[in-house]
Ligand binder design. Structure first.
Ligand code: TYM
Length: 355
């Protein structure tokens, strides 16, 4: 049991090419969670700076991603929806965490290694420190749960390590100030200021793969547009991409075992399951024994039926930037109140004079 108030935080980067993996792995689940949780959904424009986008493109992508959140069904009144840079305490807490996290921990991050590639010396310090800012995003709101795709797992483990080290390093001070909260760590009950946040990574959508290569994840940066379904694709494009998706020559199996070693087949079944909200087993019960050509046309119909209303609503919202900006401003103001409460405590804990 944890004494922390249950709170959800998640975010996505406004870097263009928002795709079905982002939607099924994250945004669709955020919509489901909003009914019975307090949720904070952020457009992480400070993280996007690590790939140095053009300023006009960054602003546009920030509005487009916000439009996608809203079009998918996130209610901006019920939840807090805002762009990260508006709540500057994210940067302040990230600095504190830069002094908590160890270079060894950061060096193990596979996403940094992938993104920096061979020319590591030339990567920005921001790209290296990225996971520390991500920990700050989450812990600024003392969020207890974070729904994300599987690719963010390592970053969430690091977030827990940072929270734990902060709680340990400052345990005496936290106790003196009387602002610790009890939580269970294994069999023990400990007191700390930050929760050990739980990742929410599960279901058939946690890792949607490329439509061209079932061993690579569906990604914004894949040079082939055929590898992903973009949230902005029209019905005809979605249908064409699904028809061209790589598969094998065998029929669809009736049981999960039959998908072993068939990465592309497994991926398409997973996409169908995630879109329709049923298990992969249930999809196989319906389609077992059929050919992929037949399955693909059902999948295309399903994808178009689900995605088209979202795409249309997104286009409508993008045409009204003043509304989007007002949503971000309002969400930012509400998030800012929580953020400042946390930072007041943190400044006090670490010994920064405030008055
Ligand atoms: P980003 O912008 O790369 O992706 C947004 C969300 O989409 C999920 N996702 C996928 N899920 C399933 N299959 C895929 N192929 C796929 N591709 C992407 C991601 O897992 C993510 O949940 N670092 C984060 C953004 C971030 C964040 C945070 C997230 C910054 N601070 C705090 C949670 C909490 C990122 O780059 O996501």
């Amino acid at each position: 049991m944890s004494g922390f108030k249950e709170r959800i935080f998640s975010g996505a980067q406004p870097t263009g090419n928002l795709h079905l993996g982002n939607y099924l792995g994250a945004i669709k689940r955020w919509v489901e969670l909003q009914d019975d949780h307090e949720c904070i959904y952020c457009v992480v424009d400070m993280h996007a700076l690590t790939i140095s986008p053009d300023p006009a493109e960054l602003a546009q992508a920030t509005r487009e991603l916000t439009a996608a959140y809203l079009a998918a069904g996130i209610d901006p009144k019920k939840n807090m929806v805002f762009n990260q840079s508006r709540v500057i305490q994210h940067a302040e807490l990230a600095w504190v965490f830069n002094c908590i996290a160890r270079i060894g921990w950061m060096s193990r991050m596979t996403q940094f290694k992938d993104k920096a590639g061979k020319d590591r010396e030339n990567a920005s310090l921001g790209l290296f420190a990225y996971p520390s800012l991500m920990a700050a995003d989450i812990l600024l709101y003392r969020a207890t749960h974070v729904p994300v795709g599987d690719d963010q797992k390592q970053h969430l483990e690091l977030t827990r390590d940072i929270a734990q080290k902060f709680n340990n390093d400052y345990s005496a001070r936290i106790a003196d100030l009387g602002i610790g909260v009890e939580m269970a760590v294994g069999d023990e009950t400990v007191t700390g200021y930050f929760p050990l946040t739980e990742p929410m990574i599960s279901g058939p959508a946690m890792r949607i793969m490329s439509l061209r290569d079932g061993t690579k994840k569906m990604s914004k940066s894949d040079p082939s547009d055929l590898s992903r379904i973009n949230l902005i694709d029209d019905a005809e494009t979605i249908t064409r991409k699904i028809r061209k998706a790589k598969t094998d020559a065998d029929a669809i199996p009736s049981e999960l075992d039959g998908l072993a070693g068939r990465a592309e087949a497994d991926n398409l079944i997973g996409i169908y399951a995630a879109l329709s909200g049923i298990s992969k087993e249930a999809v196989l019960r319906d389609f077992g024994g059929k050919q992929f050509s037949e399955f693909k046309s059902s999948l295309a119909d399903l994808a178009v039926a689900q995605m088209s209303p979202i795409t249309q609503e997104m286009r409508k919202l993008i045409a009204d930037p003043a509304y989007i900006d007002s949503v971000l401003k309002d969400g930012g103001e509400r998030a800012g109140v929580i953020a400042e409460q946390t930072m007041k405590d943190v400044r006090n804990i670490i010994g920064w004079l405030q008055n």
